[in-house]
Design a protein around this ligand. Structure first.
Ligand SMILES: Cc1cc2nc3c(=O)[nH]c(=O)nc-3n(C[C@H](O)[C@H](O)[C@H](O)COP(=O)(O)OP(=O)(O)OC[C@H]3O[C@@H](n4cnc5c(N)ncnc54)[C@H](O)[C@@H]3O)c2cc1C
Length: 414
């Protein structure tokens, strides 16, 4: 029986463990805090399969200075971290050329196009199908001009089979009566869905996998190395313990970079921190996730309350959170949801694992074919977790690849 070590108990690591167990592997999942907070707990809960346009697009760089000047705008950069970010940012800027956007969108569409095929069985086989709500999403615009500016992106989505219905302001309010009169355009994307609560999903998935034979080890992984002979991979923990396996999967989210280096590969991976507030008694009701296009944030009706969040803050993994961002987003939401009771709520911040080209890293190490990468999902880790797990399991068991994995290879950073 193949023994596979998976590093990271977020949605990506757990989904990978699910597929590996299904194939009959012995799976050991290592996490320094398996039940603790992580990006997979507090995210917006969106299964955002329609999001195939990368973050870097032509013209975006012109907007960046204005966003950075706004202390609570959608993009923030901690000044002490700016120098460290230069290589990532240069690559991000390159990813925004028209030809790169086309290439990246095709690669995102290939992954997202598989999502329900992998996610629905994963949920069903772990008794979690009731966690998914397939109700689509609404992207709303206050100004017609802003909608027209995004027309190219909507066309690109359509070209990849994304269903898009453009609605007037009143049609949009018919779908979501809590939205303000200031909304002039809505775009309904029926293929989007959302989960009840991402934390509940991750907790229940972990418990279900344990009942199916998953072993969880609490430990801080410091190194992954090839070993001589058999088993072929040695995973070193901070307490000095070694775990030996036939294969190792690095699914450590935004923390994966140091492990990648220990294996000898290169990657450009940054924490893109996001913020939100969840209101248990919001005073308004939404039926589906709503994306506020001009201000780059979302509201999702979760079972734990209405979650309002977004923001992209680059300051590394160790900077203290600035919860003024959570507050600012909640305040902004009142413009769009006039009856929102925006006081109180539970604030949260989490590290998105962001690559400069908006594509995850999925595939074997260039230095050790027994190590497989599964990280860097940025804004789409919840969406792409099940599919990533399936693809990684196929690599581990040397099965035919379901999609071309070249765009996600670690070698793009060498
Ligand atoms: C505000 C916000 C909103 C979001 N909304 C959405 C959304 O609506 N839809 C969507 O698809 N995605 C969304 N995302 C993105 C999504 O949450 C992430 O892409 C996803 O959770 C990443 O999952 P992961 O398993 O890779 O990492 P994580 O969930 O961060 O898990 C990584 C795990 O690895 C462990 N770990 C790290 N290093 C080590 C080590 N050295 N040794 C041992 N353990 C280690 C950590 O303890 C952690 O448990 C959002 C993110 C944020 C921040």
């Amino acid at each position: 029986m193949k023994h596979v070590v998976v590093i990271g108990a977020g949605i990506v690591g757990l989904s990978t463990a699910h597929h590996l167990l299904k194939e009959g592997a012995k799976v050991t999942l290592i996490d320094r805090d398996p039940k603790g907070d992580k990006a997979s707990f507090g995210n917006a809960g969106g299964i955002a399969v329609t999001e195939v346009v990368p973050a870097s697009v032509p013209g975006l760089m012109l907007k960046v200075p204005g966003w950075l000047l706004d202390p609570l705008g959608p993009l923030a950069l901690r000044p002490t971290y700016a120098a460290k970010l230069i290589p990532w940012f240069l690559r991000f800027s390159k990813a925004g050329s028209a030809s790169e956007v086309k290439r990246i969108a095709a690669a995102l569409a290939a992954l997202n196009g598989r999502v329900y095929e992998d996610l629905i069985p994963l949920l069903a086989e772990n008794g979690l199908l009731g966690e998914l709500h397939q109700r689509g999403a609404l992207t709303v615009y206050q100004s017609e001009a802003a909608f027209k500016q995004d027309a190219g992106q909507w066309d690109l989505k359509r070209s990849h089979g994304i269903e898009v219905s453009v609605l007037s302001g009143s049609e949009t309010r018919e779908m979501e009566p809590a939205l303000s009169q200031s909304i002039n355009v809505g775009v309904f994307t029926p293929q989007w869905s959302h989960v009840n609560d991402p934390k509940v999903l991750v907790d229940q998935l972990r418990e279900s996998l344990v009942s199916r034979g998953l072993t969880i080890v609490i430990g801080d992984v410091t190194r992954v190395q090839a070993s001589d002979g058999h088993p072929s991979v040695t995973v070193t923990l901070a307490n000095g313990h070694l775990v030996l396996a036939d294969k190792a999967v690095v699914a450590a989210g935004a923390w994966s970079g140091t492990l990648v280096k220990s294996i000898g590969d290169n990657v450009l991976l940054e924490s893109e921190r996001g913020y939100n507030t969840t209101f248990t008694d919001p005073g308004v009701k939404l039926s589906r996730e709503v994306v506020f296009a001009e201000r780059h944030f979302v509201a999702t009706p979760l079972s734990c309350g209405l979650r309002i969040g977004g923001a992209a803050e680059f300051g590394g993994l160790n900077a203290a959170a600035n919860f003024k961002r959570s507050q600012a987003l909640a305040k902004l939401a009142s413009i769009y949801l006039p009856d929102l009771k925006a006081e109180g709520g539970t604030r949260w911040a989490g590290h998105r694992p962001a690559t400069p080209d908006s594509l995850p890293v999925i595939g074997p190490s260039a230095h050790n074919a027994n190590v497989v990468y599964a990280f860097g999902h940025g804004h789409l880790g919840l969406t792409q977790g099940a599919t990533t797990g399936r693809l990684v399991s196929d690599i581990v068991f040397d099965k035919p690849r379901l999609i071309d994995l070249a765009p996600y290879a670690i070698t793009r950073f060498n």
